[in-house]
Design a protein around this ligand. Structure first.
Ligand SMILES: C[S@@+](CC[C@H](N)C(=O)[O-])C[C@H]1O[C@@H](n2cnc3c(N)ncnc32)[C@H](O)[C@@H]1O
Length: 180
Protein backbone atom coordinates (compact mmCIF):
# COMPACT_ATOMS: atom_id res chain seq x y z
CA UNK A 1 0.00 0.00 0.00
CA UNK A 2 1.07 3.55 -0.64
CA UNK A 3 1.58 5.50 2.64
CA UNK A 4 -1.00 8.25 3.24
CA UNK A 5 1.81 10.84 3.30
CA UNK A 6 2.67 10.15 -0.37
CA UNK A 7 -0.78 11.19 -1.63
CA UNK A 8 -1.49 14.79 -2.60
CA UNK A 9 -3.99 15.95 0.02
CA UNK A 10 -6.31 18.88 0.58
CA UNK A 11 -8.15 19.97 3.74
CA UNK A 12 -11.66 18.56 4.06
CA UNK A 13 -11.24 15.93 1.31
CA UNK A 14 -11.09 12.56 3.07
CA UNK A 15 -8.76 9.72 2.15
CA UNK A 16 -9.16 6.05 3.08
CA UNK A 17 -6.25 5.34 5.42
CA UNK A 18 -3.50 2.97 4.30
CA UNK A 19 -4.50 0.11 6.63
CA UNK A 20 -8.20 0.41 5.72
CA UNK A 21 -7.22 0.43 2.04
CA UNK A 22 -5.29 -2.80 2.65
CA UNK A 23 -8.28 -4.62 4.18
CA UNK A 24 -10.72 -3.22 1.59
CA UNK A 25 -8.46 -4.27 -1.29
CA UNK A 26 -8.22 -7.74 0.24
CA UNK A 27 -12.01 -7.99 0.46
CA UNK A 28 -12.35 -6.92 -3.20
CA UNK A 29 -10.06 -9.81 -4.23
CA UNK A 30 -9.13 -7.95 -7.42
CA UNK A 31 -7.73 -9.64 -10.49
CA UNK A 32 -6.34 -8.27 -13.76
CA UNK A 33 -9.67 -8.66 -15.61
CA UNK A 34 -11.77 -6.71 -13.11
CA UNK A 35 -13.37 -3.39 -14.01
CA UNK A 36 -14.25 -1.60 -10.79
CA UNK A 37 -16.30 1.45 -9.95
CA UNK A 38 -15.11 3.67 -7.07
CA UNK A 39 -18.24 5.32 -5.70
CA UNK A 40 -17.13 8.51 -3.93
CA UNK A 41 -13.45 8.62 -4.85
CA UNK A 42 -12.49 11.44 -2.41
CA UNK A 43 -8.72 11.95 -2.67
CA UNK A 44 -8.31 8.95 -4.97
CA UNK A 45 -6.66 6.73 -2.36
CA UNK A 46 -8.72 3.66 -3.22
CA UNK A 47 -8.85 4.61 -6.92
CA UNK A 48 -5.05 4.45 -7.17
CA UNK A 49 -4.74 1.20 -5.20
CA UNK A 50 -7.49 -0.51 -7.22
CA UNK A 51 -6.18 0.68 -10.59
CA UNK A 52 -2.76 -0.81 -9.78
CA UNK A 53 -4.40 -4.21 -9.37
CA UNK A 54 -7.17 -4.42 -11.98
CA UNK A 55 -7.98 -3.69 -15.62
CA UNK A 56 -9.86 -0.39 -15.27
CA UNK A 57 -11.42 1.89 -12.63
CA UNK A 58 -14.26 4.40 -12.98
CA UNK A 59 -13.84 6.95 -10.17
CA UNK A 60 -16.94 9.02 -9.35
CA UNK A 61 -17.45 11.97 -7.01
CA UNK A 62 -19.66 15.06 -7.13
CA UNK A 63 -17.20 17.34 -5.29
CA UNK A 64 -14.85 19.44 -7.48
CA UNK A 65 -11.90 19.17 -5.08
CA UNK A 66 -12.27 15.38 -4.93
CA UNK A 67 -12.24 15.12 -8.75
CA UNK A 68 -9.18 17.38 -8.98
CA UNK A 69 -7.28 15.51 -6.24
CA UNK A 70 -8.07 12.10 -7.70
CA UNK A 71 -6.76 13.26 -11.09
CA UNK A 72 -3.62 14.67 -9.46
CA UNK A 73 -2.96 11.47 -7.53
CA UNK A 74 -3.51 9.31 -10.62
CA UNK A 75 -0.96 11.48 -12.46
CA UNK A 76 1.46 11.37 -9.53
CA UNK A 77 1.44 7.56 -9.52
CA UNK A 78 1.41 7.39 -13.34
CA UNK A 79 -1.89 5.49 -13.49
CA UNK A 80 -3.70 5.62 -16.81
CA UNK A 81 -6.31 2.84 -16.60
CA UNK A 82 -8.90 5.08 -14.96
CA UNK A 83 -11.66 7.50 -15.92
CA UNK A 84 -12.61 10.16 -13.37
CA UNK A 85 -16.26 11.19 -13.61
CA UNK A 86 -17.84 14.18 -11.90
CA UNK A 87 -21.36 13.50 -10.73
CA UNK A 88 -23.59 11.67 -8.31
CA UNK A 89 -23.01 7.93 -8.55
CA UNK A 90 -26.75 7.23 -8.66
CA UNK A 91 -26.95 9.37 -11.82
CA UNK A 92 -23.92 8.03 -13.73
CA UNK A 93 -23.64 4.34 -12.74
CA UNK A 94 -26.35 3.19 -15.12
CA UNK A 95 -24.32 3.86 -18.28
CA UNK A 96 -21.03 2.27 -17.06
CA UNK A 97 -19.87 -1.31 -17.61
CA UNK A 98 -18.06 -2.87 -14.62
CA UNK A 99 -18.08 -6.06 -12.54
CA UNK A 100 -17.09 -4.96 -8.99
CA UNK A 101 -17.92 -1.93 -6.87
CA UNK A 102 -16.18 -0.17 -4.02
CA UNK A 103 -18.43 2.20 -2.07
CA UNK A 104 -16.60 4.92 -0.13
CA UNK A 105 -19.40 7.52 -0.28
CA UNK A 106 -22.84 6.61 0.95
CA UNK A 107 -25.16 9.49 -0.03
CA UNK A 108 -28.33 8.04 -1.60
CA UNK A 109 -27.03 4.53 -0.88
CA UNK A 110 -30.41 2.81 -1.37
CA UNK A 111 -30.60 4.01 -4.99
CA UNK A 112 -26.94 3.06 -5.58
CA UNK A 113 -27.52 -0.48 -4.27
CA UNK A 114 -30.66 -0.76 -6.40
CA UNK A 115 -28.60 0.07 -9.52
CA UNK A 116 -25.77 -2.33 -8.57
CA UNK A 117 -28.32 -5.09 -8.05
CA UNK A 118 -30.02 -4.40 -11.42
CA UNK A 119 -26.64 -4.38 -13.17
CA UNK A 120 -25.93 -7.76 -11.58
CA UNK A 121 -22.79 -6.57 -9.76
CA UNK A 122 -22.04 -9.54 -7.54
CA UNK A 123 -19.01 -8.34 -5.58
CA UNK A 124 -19.31 -5.14 -3.55
CA UNK A 125 -17.18 -3.70 -0.74
CA UNK A 126 -18.33 -0.67 1.25
CA UNK A 127 -16.68 1.46 3.94
CA UNK A 128 -18.56 3.56 6.45
CA UNK A 129 -18.03 5.10 9.88
CA UNK A 130 -21.76 5.57 10.48
CA UNK A 131 -23.47 2.70 12.27
CA UNK A 132 -26.90 3.49 10.80
CA UNK A 133 -25.43 3.49 7.27
CA UNK A 134 -23.79 0.13 7.92
CA UNK A 135 -27.11 -1.37 9.06
CA UNK A 136 -28.90 0.13 6.06
CA UNK A 137 -26.27 -1.16 3.60
CA UNK A 138 -26.25 -4.66 5.13
CA UNK A 139 -30.06 -4.91 5.16
CA UNK A 140 -30.45 -3.63 1.59
CA UNK A 141 -27.81 -6.05 0.29
CA UNK A 142 -29.16 -9.04 2.23
CA UNK A 143 -32.66 -8.31 0.93
CA UNK A 144 -31.27 -8.48 -2.60
CA UNK A 145 -29.76 -11.91 -2.05
CA UNK A 146 -26.15 -11.05 -1.30
CA UNK A 147 -24.14 -12.91 1.33
CA UNK A 148 -23.00 -10.09 3.58
CA UNK A 149 -20.21 -9.91 6.13
CA UNK A 150 -18.95 -6.91 8.06
CA UNK A 151 -15.75 -6.26 9.96
CA UNK A 152 -15.12 -3.36 12.30
CA UNK A 153 -11.51 -2.31 11.95
CA UNK A 154 -9.80 -0.49 14.79
CA UNK A 155 -6.42 1.00 13.95
CA UNK A 156 -4.06 2.61 16.42
CA UNK A 157 -0.81 4.27 15.49
CA UNK A 158 2.35 4.11 17.57
CA UNK A 159 3.61 7.36 19.04
CA UNK A 160 6.91 7.94 20.74
CA UNK A 161 6.66 9.32 24.27
CA UNK A 162 9.46 10.00 26.78
CA UNK A 163 9.03 6.62 28.49
CA UNK A 164 8.78 4.54 25.28
CA UNK A 165 5.94 4.13 22.75
CA UNK A 166 2.17 4.29 23.13
CA UNK A 167 -0.71 3.72 20.69
CA UNK A 168 -3.19 6.41 19.63
CA UNK A 169 -6.52 5.03 18.43
CA UNK A 170 -8.38 6.20 15.31
CA UNK A 171 -12.14 5.91 14.81
CA UNK A 172 -13.21 2.39 13.84
CA UNK A 173 -14.23 1.86 10.21
CA UNK A 174 -16.89 -0.66 9.22
CA UNK A 175 -15.97 -2.64 6.10
CA UNK A 176 -18.83 -4.54 4.47
CA UNK A 177 -18.35 -7.21 1.83
CA UNK A 178 -21.29 -8.51 -0.21
CA UNK A 179 -21.08 -11.33 -2.76
CA UNK A 180 -23.57 -13.60 -4.49
C1 LIG B 1 -14.68 9.02 2.65
S1 LIG B 1 -14.57 9.81 1.09
C2 LIG B 1 -13.77 8.59 0.10
C3 LIG B 1 -12.27 8.54 0.27
C4 LIG B 1 -11.61 7.73 -0.83
N1 LIG B 1 -12.00 6.32 -0.79
C5 LIG B 1 -10.09 7.83 -0.80
O1 LIG B 1 -9.41 6.82 -0.54
O2 LIG B 1 -9.57 8.93 -1.04
C6 LIG B 1 -16.23 9.78 0.51
C7 LIG B 1 -16.46 10.57 -0.79
O3 LIG B 1 -17.70 10.11 -1.33
C8 LIG B 1 -18.32 11.18 -2.02
N2 LIG B 1 -19.74 10.77 -2.19
C9 LIG B 1 -20.65 10.49 -1.21
N3 LIG B 1 -21.80 10.07 -1.75
C10 LIG B 1 -21.63 10.10 -3.11
C11 LIG B 1 -22.47 9.80 -4.23
N4 LIG B 1 -23.75 9.40 -4.06
N5 LIG B 1 -21.98 9.95 -5.49
C12 LIG B 1 -20.70 10.38 -5.68
N6 LIG B 1 -19.86 10.69 -4.67
C13 LIG B 1 -20.31 10.54 -3.40
C14 LIG B 1 -18.03 12.39 -1.13
O4 LIG B 1 -18.10 13.58 -1.87
C15 LIG B 1 -16.60 12.07 -0.63
O5 LIG B 1 -15.63 12.72 -1.44
Amino acid sequence: MIPDSEFIRKDKVPITKEEIRAVSIGKLNLNKDDVVVDIGCGSGGMTVEMAKRCKFVYAIDYVDDAIELTKQNLAKFNIKNCEVIKGRAEEVLEKLEFNKAFIGGTKNIEKIIEILDKKNINHIVANTIVLENAVKIMNELENKGYNVEAVNVFISYSKKIPSGHMFLAKNPIIIIKAVR
